[in-house]
Design a protein around this ligand. Structure first.
Ligand code: IPE
Ligand code: IPE
Ligand code: MG
Length: 250
């Protein structure tokens, strides 16, 4: 959790999070099956990981599969799980060579065993890499995240490890999946929907939000630059007045 101090124009977001939406519509516009939209989406994700690292972003979080996406037809869910397994197999070496640390957030309980194993291997292999942290949200829901944090805290209180009076925002933050990472500065959502879809509810508290009609497979580094420029133009007041920010900048 970041301390909310006012920040000024033309800065780079430390933490960018992206809701990668629109793969299915991209596929149908190209007369293809939804699965080929997801494959095209992986190509976009790879390009955006590279571009973000080059730009100097510290943390990039990508929403790949939500807790609600389990309700999709079984063949789409299965093909997405197979795609995640294949992509991890193929990409982890290159991520490691590029000094990128991989971390996964989400409820792993329902994921296929091989995928869970690959995720753990990828985290172990890339741990300590410093160029950029790449967080992949798979089976993730913001409400799930808050619930698991509360459950873990309640267990500690019950077991006498924690005094209920010591629960504050920092402690709650330390029990969320994104513990130790800065708050999201910039949220990007592709695909023309104007909603959060149960993504990072806690961490988005003060995110600037960039919505674009572009479908995820068409989102490229030029559009990432546009999102970063948009961020650079925002005056982040964190509840204060613009006058207060001017005084602080002097
Ligand atoms: C986002 O694209 C990828 C996932 C949610 C897995 P969609 O599959 O939601 O694409 P649209 O919204 O149907 O176009
Ligand atoms: C959000 O996209 C989840 C991911 C991008 C992984 P959805 O396509 O699932 O969102 P809704 O259902 O339209 O809100
Ligand atoms: Mg969608």
């Amino acid at each position: 959790m970041s301390d909310n101090c006012a920040s000024h124009l033309n800065v780079l977001p430390r933490h960018v999070a992206i809701i990668m939406d629109g793969n299915g519509r991209w596929a149908s516009r190209h007369g293809r099956a939804r699965h080929s939209g997801h494959r095209a989406g992986v190509r976009s994700a790879r390009a955006i990981v590279e571009a973000s690292a080059k730009a100097g972003v510290e943390v990039l979080t990508l929403f790949a599969f939500s807790s609600e996406n389990w309700h999709r037809p079984a063949d789409e869910v299965n093909s997405l799980m197979r795609l995640f397994i294949e992509v991890l197999q193929r990409e982890v070496e290159a991520l490691d060579e590029n000094d990128i640390e991989l971390r996964f957030v989400g409820d792993r309980a329902q994921l296929p065993t091989i995928l869970r194993r690959r995720m753990a291997d990828a985290e172990a292999r890339t741990a300590g890499n410093t160029r950029m942290k790449l967080v992949l949200a798979i089976g993730y829901g913001g409400r799930w995240d808050m619930l698991q944090a509360v459950q873990r805290i309640a267990t500690k209180v019950r077991d006498g490890e924690l005094d209920a009076g010591a629960i504050d925002q920092k402690l709650l933050d330390r029990h969320t999946s994104m513990a130790g990472l800065p708050d999201v500065d910039l949220l990007v959502r592709t695909g023309g929907e104007y909603r959060i879809s149960n993504f990072l509810l806690w961490d988005l508290a003060y995110a600037e939000i960039f919505f674009t009609e572009t479908l995820w497979p068409d989102f490229d580094s030029a559009e990432l630059d546009a999102a970063l420029d948009f961020f650079g133009q925002r005056l982040r007041r964190f509840g204060r007045t613009s006058d207060q920010l001017e005084v602080a900048a002097d």
